[in-house]
Design a protein around this ligand. Structure first.
Ligand code: AHR
Ligand code: AHR
Length: 481
């Protein structure tokens, strides 16, 4: 059985079921998600390898070979058509044309399930999915349950990495108009014990960890790589339950009455569905989603416990984030452009600005050092890499407003993540493309001889599609210095 078969048996059927990694019903063999590739904007649907099985990641890999791919649709497996697509503007605009949110890279969150490769949905700030016309989801004070499997190590303090029930207008219409899973270390509203990240409920104008709107010490900081979050609500009753998605059972972090603050009892749920954003399309948060559902009715703890056992049996595990020619930690490297204009230019820096400059073995020592980098394990994720400047020890290549800079490390989580990059095989067949860990739609790109992290066809000038594959592909050699 799949999670939704278990919810059905418990009398609380799924009314929305989303996953890019696997079927959530044992009989489901339809499309899990759609991807769109950058080379020609063609789309294809990805289905499970067999009914009830893991997504066919190899079909995605072959469709996306030599180009970029975005996740355009996350299909609803419940049969109700509650699909998730690019979120529209609301109280806040997204970064894309028309105020839409960005779409997730199709390769930002690779994992294995029972040893088979699949991809989750890696949400960077600015990315979001929504359905403002969902059918069958809870409205008003009606009962519902939700669960989601997330990456416990990918979060931030922005508003709001959510999955669940929100406003149909994409605007903040008041307390109690949402009931969504939240994950992160935002401490503007509620908090749990320690410094986070926490699983909380976004009930609109507040992230709640329990009855007290400020703090519930029973809501723990989470350190599992894969985390199960289960939220449910019914008239004057709600619960937060969570655990390690790779082993063991769920714990109850809160179960009891609605917050006493006005507006949350009764609830005024509207029934839209969001992923990666706040109810008003706040787009400051990051996180990774693998699978999740919304039910009709308040699931029993026993039903949720069986769903947790099913998730554990799916055996989520990590896999490599890199491909292409290998890099060695401790080595000194130089990176040569491959666009026909520029094949004698290397990634270098002038002060804080990262650019390309013509460098050769007969260049001055200072220039050779400016064009040489020391490879480190990724400061924000040790499965990827960071690049320290040879002539400025302690300073690393990081992105800032999507430009590349050489800055002294301040040791912060933000800096470490901005300075972490995951090389993969070059998109034009040469060398490596250097993907941003935190914005996996974006790669090192030279544009008018300056360096950016650029998406293929994104909103900025440096995101232009012309020459994209060449501009993002660099041949890595041992360093000039
Ligand atoms: O409740 C927290 C956030 O507050 C909601 O997600 C958003 O709609 C509002 O800004
Ligand atoms: O480069 C994008 C973002 O810009 C970085 O993550 C952040 O440091 C800055 O706000």
């Amino acid at each position: 059985a799949g999670p939704c078969d278990i919810y059905s048996s418990g009398g609380t059927p799924c009314v929305a079921a989303h996953s890019t990694t696997r079927a959530l019903y044992s009989a489901f063999s339809g499309s899990l998600y759609q991807v769109k590739r950058g080379s020609d904007n063609a789309t294809t649907n990805i289905a499970p390898l067999s009914a009830g099985g893991v997504a066919n990641a190899a079909a995605q890999d072959s469709f996306c070979a030599g180009t970029t791919c975005l996740i355009t649709i996350i299909y609803d497996q419940s049969g109700r058509g509650n699909h998730l697509t690019q979120a529209p503007p609301g109280g806040f605009n997204g970064p894309e044309s028309g105020g839409y949110d960005s779409l997730a890279s199709a390769i930002g969150a690779p994992v294995t399930l029972n040893g088979q490769k699949a991809y989750g949905v890696f949400i960077s700030p600015g990315t979001g999915y929504r359905n403002n016309a969902a059918s069958g989801t809870a409205k008003g004070d009606a009962a519902e349950g939700l669960y989601a499997v997330l990456d416990g190590s990918h979060y931030n303090g922005g508003c709001c990495f959510d999955y669940g029930n929100a406003e149909t207008s994409s605007r903040d219409t008041g307390n109690g108009h949402m009931e969504a899973i939240y994950y992160g270390d935002c401490n503007v509203w509620g908090t749990g014990s320690g410094s986070g990240p926490w699983f909380m409920a976004d009930l609109e104008n507040g992230l709640f960890s329990g009855a007290n709107p400020k703090n519930n010490a029973a809501d723990p900081s989470i350190s599992y790589r894969f985390v199960t979050t289960a939220l449910k609500g019914q008239p004057n009753q709600w619960a937060l339950r969570g655990g390690n998605a790779a082993s063991g059972s769920l714990s109850t972090y809160y179960s009891g009455a609605r917050p006493s603050v006005s507006g949350y009892n009764p609830m005024s749920k509207e029934g839209a569905i969001i992923l990666g954003i706040g109810g008003d399309n706040s787009v400051g948060a990051q996180g990774t989603f693998y699978e999740g559902v919304m039910t009709s009715g308040y699931p029993s703890d026993a039903t949720e416990n069986s769903v947790q056992a099913n998730i554990v049996a799916a055996k989520y595990a990590t896999t490599s984030l890199t491909s292409g020619p290998a890099l060695s930690v401790g080595s000194h490297i130089s990176l040569r452009a491959t666009t026909s204009c520029c094949t004698t230019r290397y990634i270098a820096h002038t002060g804080a600005t990262v650019n390309t400059q013509v460098v050769s073995s007969s260049s001055a020592t200072a220039l050779k050092q400016q064009a040489s980098w020391i490879v480190h394990a990724g400061l924000g994720n040790s499965a990827c890499f960071s690049f320290e400047s040879v002539d400025t020890p302690g300073s690393y290549i990081r992105h800032y407003n999507f430009g590349l800079q050489v800055n002294a490390s301040d040791g912060s989580k933000q800096f470490n993540e901005d300075a972490t990059f995951c090389p993969q095989a070059g998109l034009n067949g040469q060398g490596n493309a250097i993907r941003s860990w935190s914005y996996p739609t974006r790669y090192f790109r030279h544009y008018n001889n300056d360096l950016y992290i650029a998406s293929n066809g994104g909103p900025d000038t440096f995101d232009a599609t012309g020459l994209y594959n060449d501009d993002v592909s660099f041949v890595i050699s041992s360093g000039f210095a």
